[in-house]
Design a protein around this ligand. Structure first.
Ligand code: MTE
Length: 327
């Protein structure tokens, strides 16, 4: 049987001063001061418990809520059950059910984010410094794994660009790297050398600044479950899912293209760019079609779209590049 946790309609969300502990809200608001920015807001207003309701912005005029982009395909969001029980998170094992089974033991508070490299603002900061419930928004994105399965997922988060700009990257910052927590005591998969730990990913800085690149803290209006990468993960919807690194503890700006976990593990199979591309097969399977998780057996496979359907927003980033070479 599948249980589906309903998304909280924006209209059902109580004002933060009643919803969150009133005193915590007031002191946080005072700390943030007038004209709070993402960077200066407020400890204690984002709840920590996985599955707890999140406060987020919904503005129909903004219309960034739904960005699925493939009207001739079924774009009904996958269920909570599917999104949280069919996962890749090798730190908890290689089975699709392992993350849901084992990720509960991961402690996601306190959580620090280290910032390093070519930026004016570097150091180690409590995650709360960057989480402002008023800046959270919902994005419903297609999600395409390199293994040729896909889902549609209603994430809650904020643009990656909004986070990176706070660190004031210098003109030498050409790339940005992300690193997952290394904590074998709570991440049993890290006790086995299936990958080189910690998990690393990276983007070119202009890719990272594209408005579709998204930092995720929630799912279906609720705090992100550990198996999906709590407390903070990246989502890059036009790239294969392995670029969307989970449980991030470090961000570094670099001049050189960084090493990334899967391109080190199997350079002929997983490139740095990893843009969804139906015309470039994986050496061991076609990428021309994909299996939508949860679809009926008769309609299970559907065509894979260039840049996962987001060509209009991102194709300019790769103008003049041979996408067979830079795969
Ligand atoms: N991040 C870390 N740290 N470890 C992982 O094993 N797997 C990647 C990506 N991020 C992975 C990771 C892969 S291969 C995919 S397809 C997506 O996470 C899966 O995200 P999901 O489980 O939320 O669907």
């Amino acid at each position: 049987m599948t249980t589906r946790i309903p998304r909280i309609a924006p209209s059902e969300i109580t004002p933060p001063e009643t919803y969150f502990n009133r005193r915590a809200f007031l002191s946080a608001a005072l700390a943030a001061g007038a004209g709070a920015t993402l960077g200066r807001a407020a400890a204690a207003v984002v709840p920590a418990a996985a599955g707890a309701p999140l406060q987020y912005r919904y503005d129909a005029a903004d219309s960034v809520g739904a960005l699925v982009h493939a009207p001739d395909q079924d774009e009904t969001p996958n269920t909570w059950e599917q999104i949280t029980h069919y996962n890749n998170f090798y730190e908890f094992g290689i089975g699709k059910g392992d993350p849901a089974r084992y990720a509960g033991q991961l402690q996601t508070r306190p959580w620090n984010l280290a910032v390093a490299g070519e930026a004016e603002v570097t150091g180690s900061f409590p995650l709360e410094k960057f989480l402002n419930p008023y800046a959270l928004e919902e994005r419903i994105y297609r999600f395409r794994c390199v293994e040729a399965w896909s889902m549609v997922i209603p994430w809650v988060g904020f643009p990656l660009a909004a986070l990176l700009k706070q660190f004031k990257p210098t003109s030498r910052a050409k790339y940005v790297t992300f690193e997952t927590l290394y904590r074998p005591s709570q991440m049993p998969g890290q006790r086995v050398p299936i990958l080189k730990w910690p998990y690393l990913e990276g983007l070119r800085i202009d890719e990272a600044m594209n408005p579709l690149a998204f930092m995720v803290v929630g799912l279906y209006g609720r705090v992100l479950p550990n198996q999906n990468g709590a407390p903070l993960r990246l989502i890059v919807p036009w790239k294969y899912g392995f670029k969307s690194i989970k449980s991030i503890v470090r961000i570094a700006f670099t001049e050189q293209q960084p090493q990334t976990t899967w391109s080190v593990a199997a350079p002929n199979e997983y490139g740095f760019y990893a843009n969804v591309n139906p015309n470039v097969p994986h050496p061991r399977w076609s990428q021309a079609s994909e299996r939508r998780i949860g679809a009926s057996l008769f309609h299970e496979r559907q065509a894979t779209l260039m840049f996962n359907g987001y060509a209009k927003e991102v194709a300019y980033l790769y103008k003049g590049m041979n996408l067979h070479t830079y795969f």
